[in-house]
Design a protein around this ligand. Structure first.
Ligand SMILES: Cc1cc2nc3c(=O)[nH]c(=O)nc-3n(C[C@H](O)[C@H](O)[C@H](O)COP(=O)(O)OP(=O)(O)OC[C@H]3O[C@@H](n4cnc5c(N)ncnc54)[C@H](O)[C@@H]3O)c2cc1C
Length: 284
């Protein structure tokens, strides 16, 4: 199928993009990598009257690393972030998760910020943003605001982005020194969206957090501090905490019970991998 007709806008600067978005508001969608929006339009599940293609706006394709954070610009492609050496050194979880996002050809075009705004409950990067206490910076013609991950994912395919806003960058906080991380998942075929996925960050003192995908309306962040027992995790207690947090649904790929089973298995697997890395026993 072909998309319904739409007007195409190609702003050449950030202010022009914000002005166009501000004048069109609800009638417009930002076009970034197009890897989610274009298929939705072709299937006629989305029919914006205007597309604002931000691919020609300079200055949005950056990945910046400092002592505290990795900042990913709106046009940084998944593959650019995945292969960025300094970003990997600062936050290995970025690459650990990104290599599970779709296929290389899709990662070459799709953007990490676009994935956050799209807010698919099966997507990996929203879980990573939650685990790393990240923020998304949103701008409109009048100013900008930072939205914390905990407030950004409002529901399935729904973020805190308002009409007229552009997400200009996402900020991922470095985990504390000595932490280890991992992202593991099960999908029907390599590159498919996960039936369940789990990211984990384990600190040297044994405290840990996990974030799960495909088992709730958005990323499900679970703090496992209550499962800590003399510097190691009580895995039965971990399962109880995870069980209470998730709310998986059945679809054509998996039953709700199977997703719940996967959540338990993958949480344990992610915690083992992350802990090994925290102890310096495994390569990323
Ligand atoms: C076959 C296939 C498999 C995939 N598998 C996975 C997977 O396993 N895991 C995964 O996470 N993703 C997967 N994806 C999606 C992929 O990661 C997309 O690239 C990503 O979800 C959206 O990024 P994009 O840059 O392509 O955004 P687009 O498709 O351009 O936009 C998506 C939505 O976000 C909005 N948007 C994008 N950027 C901005 C911005 N800067 N400001 C405001 N609004 C914005 C758009 O208006 C639109 O509503 C898959 C895609 C395909 C086609």
């Amino acid at each position: 199928m072909k998309p319904p007709p739409f007007a195409y806008h190609r702003p050449r600067g950030l202010q022009e993009a914000l002005d166009v978005l501000g004048s069109l508001r609800d009638d417009a969608k930002v076009l970034a990598g197009g890897q989610s929006l274009v298929p939705l339009m072709s299937m006629r599940l989305s029919a914006p009257a205007h597309l604002v293609d931000v691919n020609h706006v300079p200055g949005l394709d950056t990945v910046e690393v400092d002592d505290d954070v990795v900042r990913v610009g709106a046009l940084a492609r998944h593959s650019q972030v995945e292969h960025h050496a300094a970003a990997y050194d600062a936050v290995p979880l970025l690459r650990q998760a990104l290599r599970l996002v779709a296929h290389p050809t899709i990662r070459n075009r799709g953007t990490t910020v676009g994935s956050l705004v799209h807010a698919d409950p099966a997507a990996e990067m929203p879980a990573v943003l939650c685990l790393l206490d990240g923020t998304v910076t949103l701008r409109d013609a009048d100013g900008s605001r930072d939205v914390a991950a905990a407030d950004f994912f409002v529901g399935p395919m729904e973020s805190a982005l308002r009409p007229g806003e552009l997400a200009v960058h996402a900020t991922f906080r470095r985990p504390p020194a000595g932490s280890g991380s991992a992202f593991v998942e099960v999908s029907r075929r390599q590159g498919d969206y996960a039936m369940c996925g789990v990211g984990a960050v384990v600190r040297r003192d044994g405290t840990a957090r996990v974030a799960l995908v495909s088992v709730g309306a958005g990323p499900v962040l679970v703090d496992l501090a209550a499962a800590l027992d003399h510097e190691s995790l009580d895995l039965d207690r971990v399962s109880e905490l995870v069980d209470a947090a998730i709310d998986p649904e059945a679809d054509i790929h998996a039953s709700a019970d199977y997703r719940r089973h996967l959540a338990h298995v993958l949480v344990r697997r992610a915690l083992v991998e992350a802990r090994h890395r925290a102890e310096g026993r495994a390569a990323a």
